[in-house]
Design a protein around this ligand. Structure first.
Ligand code: UDP
Ligand code: MN
Length: 509
C-alpha cells in the first residue's frame, strides 16, 4: 500500500474516535473534578507568549502514531507560537520511516517540520539533547512520538514560563489506549518516586486544589513523568540539559526533576494543558547491548544528586553498589557550579510526603514514619477471597501461595480452596493463605505483582482498598488491574487508576 492510502485509512480512523472522546467533557459524565475543569475554558492567556520548538524523538515508532503527534501539534497550536517541530529519528530501522517519511514531510507538511537523523542509536536522552541543539524557539517542548495534543494545549504551558523562565511545566498526560487508540482523560495527579527510583503518580494534596483558581491552578510537582514537558530553551542549557552519560531510557526524568528543584527552579503540572500519550504495556525495544539502562542511569543520578540518601536506593538494590556507572565528574561539577541545594533540602521542602525508613531514618524523624512493628502481628481488618468484579474471578497464586516471588493471576473462584483466602491487615498488607504478602517492589509497573515475604515496612507491600472498589498500591501510586479480561491466563498488572471495570475488586468474606 502506498503511504497516502495507508495514512488516509489510519488517520481517519483515529480522528473519528478522537472527536467523540478527545476533548474534556464539561457537562455530562464528569466527576466533580472533571466538571470543574470546564473552568479552563474561562481562562485567558497573554497574546505575546514565547515561541515553542517542539522536539519529538523517536525510535521505530509506528508511522501513524508519529504523524498523529505531528498533525495534532500543527492543527492545535497557534501559528505564531509554533516556531518549529523537530523530529529526531534515533536511527530507526522501520522502512517506512526512511524515504517515505521524508517525502511525506517534504510534500505534505509545512516547512516548520524538520527531520534530524541520528547516525547511531543514541537513546532518548541524548536524542532529546540533539533535538534541542537544533532548536531556535524560545521554549523547548518535548513530546513522545505517540501523543495527541488536545485543544488549547500550548498557551497554558507557555504562560507560566513567560512569567518565570525557571518554571518548568508538564501538561496533564491523558491516556490513549494502546489497543483501541481511544483518547480518555486522566485524573489530576502529580509526580513522585519511590526509593527504587521509579517514578510514580501521587494524589494531589487537597489544599492545592482548593485555592481561588480551584483545580485549574498549577500544581507543584516533586517530579515529572519524563516524556512531556516544556522549558525555556536557554534555561535548559544553563541547567545542564541532560546527563549525556545516560543511555537509551530511564532515570533522566528524576535526574532533571531533582536538578530543577535543587538548583533554583520549579516544576509544575498545568491542569489546563492536556496531551494524550499511548501508554504501552511493554516498551517495544531493548537497548543495543541488552544493558539495564534504567539501573545504569539511576546509579549516575544517585551518585550525583542524592547525597547520603543514595543509601535508601542501595538498601533495595545492594548488588548495584559495586556496579560501574562511568564518569560523573562533569555532572558533579555542574551541581557545584549551579550552587544547588542538598537532597535533604529537596525532601524536606519539595517532597515531605516521602517516607524514609532504614539508613537515613533518624535524620528525618520529624516526618511520619512507617515503622517495622514486626514483633506484633498486625490486626486483621478483612479476610476472604478477592473477586475481580468484571470477570468474577479470584486473585490466586499462579503456582503455589508458598512460592516466593511467584506472580498472582485471576483464576476461577473456588469456595473450597483455602489458597485463595487473603488477609487484609491494619498495616495495609495483603497476605495470601497466611503465607506471603502481595508486593510490587523493584518491578516495572507492567509486570505482575508478586508474593514476597512480608516485611512490615509498608511501601511496596502497602495497599489500600478504596473508592470505586479499587486496590491501590501506595508506593507505585497505581491500581491493580486485570490486563485482558478475555485472556484465560488471567494476568494482573499495575496501571494508572482510571476507575474502569478492569480495576474493580471486592473482598468477599
Ligand atoms: N526513544 C528513542 N530512542 C530510544 C528509546 C526511545 O528515541 O532508544 C523515544 C521513543 O520513540 C519515544 C520516547 O523516546 O518517543 C520515549 O520512549 P517510550 O515512549 O518508549 O518511553 P515510555 O513512554 O514508555 O516511558
Ligand atoms: Mn511514551
Amino acid at each position: 500500500m502506498k503511504l497516502e492510502d495507508w495514512l488516509h485509512e489510519g488517520w481517519w480512523q483515529w480522528r473519528e474516535m478522537h472527536w467523540e472522546s478527545g476533548t474534556i467533557k464539561t457537562e455530562q459524565n464528569c466527576g466533580k473534578q472533571m466538571c470543574e475543569m470546564g473552568r479552563c475554558k474561562e481562562k485567558s492567556y497573554p497574546m505575546n507568549l514565547p515561541s515553542a520548538s517542539i522536539i519529538v524523538c523517536f525510535y521505530n515508532e509506528a508511522l501513524s502514531a508519529l504523524l498523529r503527534t505531528v498533525q495534532s501539534v500543527l492543527n492545535r497550536s497557534p501559528v505564531n507560537l509554533l516556531h518549529e517541530i523537530i523530529l529526531v529519528d534515533d536511527n530507526s530501522d522501520f522502512t517506512n520511516l526512511k524515504s517515505e517519511l521524508e517525502e511525506y514531510i517534504q510534500n505534505s507538511l509545512p516547512r516548520k517540520v524538520r527531520l534530524v537523523r541520528n547516525s547511531e542509536r543514541e537513546g532518548l536522552i541524548r536524542g532529546r539533547m540533539i533535538g534541542a541543539s537544533h532548536a531556535t524557539g524560545d521554549v523547548l517542548v518535548f513530546l513522545d512520538s505517540h501523543c495527541e495534543v488536545n485543544e488549547m494545549w500550548l498557551q497554558p504551558l507557555l504562560a507560566p514560563i513567560k512569567q518565570d523562565r525557571k518554571t518548568v511545566v508538564c501538561p496533564v498526560i491523558d491516556i490513549i489506549n494502546a489497543d483501541t487508540l481511544i483518547y480518555s482523560s486522566s485524573p489530576i495527579v502529580r509526580g513522585g518516586f519511590n526509593w527504587g527510583l521509579h517514578f510514580k503518580w501521587d494524589p494531589v494534596p487537597a489544599s492545592m486544589l482548593n485555592g481561588p483558581e480551584g483545580p485549574t491552578a498549577a500544581i507543584k510537582s516533586p517530579t515529572m513523568a519524563g516524556g512531556l514537558f516544556a522549558m525555556n530553551r536557554n534555561y535548559f542549557n544553563e541547567l545542564g540539559q541532560y546527563d549525556s552519560g545516560m543511555d537509551i531510557w530511564g532515570g533522566e526524568n528524576l535526574e532533571i526533576s531533582f536538578r530543577i528543584w535543587m538548583c533554583g527552579g520549579r516544576l509544575e503540572i498545568i491542569p489546563c494543558s492536556r496531551v494524550g500519550h499511548i501508554f504501552r504495556k511493554r516498551r517495544p525495544y531493548g537497548s543495543p547491548g541488552g544493558q539495564d539502562t534504567m539501573a545504569h542511569n539511576s546509579l549516575r543520578l544517585t551518585h550525583v544528586w542524592m547525597d547520603e540518601y543514595k543509601e535508601q536506593y542501595f538498601a533495595l538494590r545492594p548488588e548495584l553498589r559495586v556496579q560501574n556507572y562511568g564518569d560523573i565528574s562533569e555532572r558533579v561539577q555542574l551541581r557545584k557550579r549551579l550552587n544547588c541545594k542538598s537532597f535533604k533540602w529537596y525532601l524536606d521542602n519539595v517532597y515531605p510526603e516521602m517516607q524514609v525508613i532504614g539508613p537515613n531514618e533518624k535524620a528525618r524523624m520529624k516526618q511520619p514514619l512507617l515503622v517495622n512493628k514486626a514483633v506484633k502481628r498486625p490486626k486483621v481488618r478483612q479476610r476472604g477471597r478477592i473477586r475481580h468484579l468484571q470477570t468474577s474471578k479470584c486473585i490466586s497464586a499462579q503456582n503455589h501461595p508458598s512460592q516466593k516471588a511467584g506472580i498472582v493471576v485471576v483464576k476461577e473462584c473456588d469456595l473450597s480452596d483455602p489458597d485463595q483466602i487473603w488477609v487484609y491487615d491494619e498495616e495495609h498488607e495483603l497476605i495470601l493463605a497466611n503465607l506471603l504478602c502481595l508486593d510490587m517492589a523493584e518491578m516495572h509497573s507492567s509486570d505482575s505483582p508478586r508474593l514476597m515475604k512480608c516485611h512490615g515496612s509498608g511501601g511496596s507491600q502497602q495497599w489500600t482498598l478504596g473508592k470505586n472498589n479499587r486496590i491501590y498500591q501506595v508506593s507505585a501510586g497505581q491500581c491493580l488491574q486485570v490486563v485482558d479480561p478475555a485472556d484465560i491466563k488471567g494476568y494482573i498488572a499495575m496501571a494508572i487508576c482510571d476507575g474502569s471495570a478492569a480495576q474493580q475488586w471486592q473482598i468477599e468474606s
